[in-house]
Ligand binder design. Sequence first.
Ligand code: GDP
Length: 201
Amino acid sequence: FSQRDAKFLFTATKPEQYKRLSNPEFTFAGRSNVGKSSLISAVLRSQSLVKTSKKPGHTSTLNFFGLTSSTYPESAITVVDMPGYGFRSRDDWGQFIMEYLSTRKELKRVFLLVEAKVGELKTTDLSFLELVEHHNVPTQLLLTKTDKLKRTDLNIVSGKVLRAAMDVAPTAVVPEVICCSYKTKVGVDAIQEAILRASGV
Ligand code: GDP
């Protein structure tokens, strides 16, 4: 990603607002406070993007970021920050997300963030996994803030969380968890590689 330039594109809640983007797309989802904006900024190598997605008016919309490269101007990638669930009621939160997940052909993979210390999938995570399974969206679990856990506990948690996710979404879930930390930058390279591999760039 070092040669790529990340920029904030726009916020959206309706397909008309994003349908003109046709690049391979990758979306980050998870509960509020899971560490999503920190991790996205590390993956995109841009600190200022954290601020963008935390701005008023940007926290309950889909936030679109573009990655372009001078070497591959034609093969740009789109990264989407999905609103964190937890603040709003599920029905309220779900409607435009449902529309997005069911219609977005460009979507190559969803990264579902789970906080390592929480150590389990919550009801909202399970509902989300039911959605991606239903719409056949490949989904990879990212365990966040892993600097807070010992390695042995981390192995136990990642195995447990993966099994629980695969019970709900056996087809959608990618059978590999990436352990990440914004603090230590562990996992950032692995996410970038996963994006490049799945985008075919
Ligand atoms: P979001 O609400 O999911 O976008 O979460 P943020 O990225 O804003 O992070 C929420 C809180 O967790 C903030 O106080 C961050 O400083 C903290 N945080 C984020 N990532 C990490 C991490 O990798 N390690 C630790 N220890 N704290 C983190």
